[in-house]
Design a protein around this ligand. Structure first.
Ligand SMILES: NC(=O)c1ccc[n+]([C@@H]2O[C@H](COP(=O)([O-])OP(=O)(O)OC[C@H]3O[C@@H](n4cnc5c(N)ncnc54)[C@H](O)[C@@H]3O)[C@@H](O)[C@H]2O)c1
Length: 331
């Protein structure tokens, strides 16, 4: 298996493929892009260059980035040409199982035997694609989020046959372009979509049951949960707010809303075992030495204050400012 990835091929120069390719090329990685036709591969490269030039112009990327992308991003006329010398190949074709399987079979036939192969699927399990790949131990899902050139997190989905030796080189490649890889199992929705769809489902139920307008649901989400989440995500928040508190609240919600709100046994068992979170130094999956609590509080104050400043500086998404928010803005 390849130990260090130097050359990458991106198969599918559409929306996601172009974003992945442009950030890799900007980070100095040699990338070849290909698509169904040579013209589409050229168009993908041209779009990447336009996007980068626009972001340089806006001051979002350093001045030399366009030159780096121009030098490192090459279009290839065919899939076989693109993947032949690549250490890592990412499939980014439409979310249709037959197309993915066909493209993965072609990739694995044309690539070197020790090249690592990834798929950017959002929803198809590794196990439904792996048998289309020659040497499936080198295959995993490497799932970028939209827009790939801006969102830092990438899911690395390991299938039953995936050799875990692929993870280090893929993580190192991601780190070169300042992405962060998280390893997740081959379960439906992986991690991101399972969480996202649970949240969206409840948001829409709240609206359709008449408990809040869509606008107010979004205000609550982005000014409370969403506001805190980049710094203190849900499991850390459990520790901060108190495991015993969450356990009681699950009980109350379950009584009113049914079993989809029952407390997971990992939580009830931890509470029964005396784990109450930061307040007694015993969190769900880790402990907190007393001397770190002040440091955490100071860091949180800095984080939330910084977030408030950024939001004030940016203003709301264009076209979405509400009357209430207009009134609240300082003169
Ligand atoms: N768009 C998103 O928000 C998003 C987010 C995460 C993951 N994804 C996943 O990324 C993948 C691509 O999505 P997208 O939004 O970039 O789609 P897209 O339609 O913009 O791009 C797909 C590209 O694949 C090309 N293609 C089709 N058949 C091909 C073939 N046989 N060989 C080479 N290229 C071929 C198409 O011409 C097109 O350019 C999908 O699996 C999707 O689920 C998308």
């Amino acid at each position: 298996m390849i130990e260090r990835i130097e050359r990458v091929a991106v198969v599918g120069a559409g929306y996601m493929g172009t974003g992945i390719a442009q950030r890799l090329a900007a980070a100095g990685v040699a990338v070849t892009v290909t698509d169904a036709t040579p013209e589409q591969a050229e168009q993908g490269r041209a779009r990447a260059l336009r996007d980068v030039a626009r972001d340089v112009e806006a001051g979002l990327l350093p001045a030399g980035t366009t030159d780096a992308v121009e030098a490192n991003l090459t279009p290839a006329a065919t899939l076989e040409d693109a993947v032949r010398d690549a250490d890592f190949i990412e499939e980014v074709v439409p979310e249709v199982l037959d197309i993915k399987r066909d493209v993965l079979a072609r990739i694995s036939a044309a690539a070197t035997p020790d090249a690592i192969i990834g798929s950017n699927t959002s929803t198809i399990p590794v196990r439904r694609m792996a048998d289309a790949v020659e040497r499936p131990e080198r295959f995993l899902v490497v799932h970028w989020s939209n827009p790939a050139h801006l969102v830092p997190g990438v899911e690395l989905v390991v299938g039953e046959h995936t050799d875990r030796g692929v993870l280090d080189p893929v993580k190192a490649l991601l780190a070169r372009a300042s992405w962060v890889g998280a390893v997740v199992g081959d379960a439906p929705g992986f991690v991101l979509n399972r969480l996202q769809y649970a949240l969206v489902r409840e948001a829409l139920l709240l609206v359709s049951e008449g408990h809040a307008t869509a606008e107010d649901v979004d205000i609550v989400l982005r000014t409370t949960l969403g506001f805190r989440m980049p710094f203190i995500p849900p499991i850390a928040m459990l520790d901060m707010a108190g495991l015993d508190v969450y356990d009681k609240c699950f009980g109350l919600l379950q009584a009113e809303l049914g079993d989809r709100f029952s407390a997971p046994s990992v939580l009830t068992e931890a509470v029964a075992d005396g784990r109450h979170g930061m307040k007694n130094g015993r969190g769900l999956f880790r402990d907190y030495p007393p001397e770190t609590l002040d440091e955490i509080a100071a860091w949180r104050a800095k984080a939330y204050t910084g977030m408030s400043r950024l939001l004030a500086e940016l203003g709301p998404m264009p076209g979405t400012q509400t009357e209430t928010e207009t009134e609240e803005l300082p003169a």
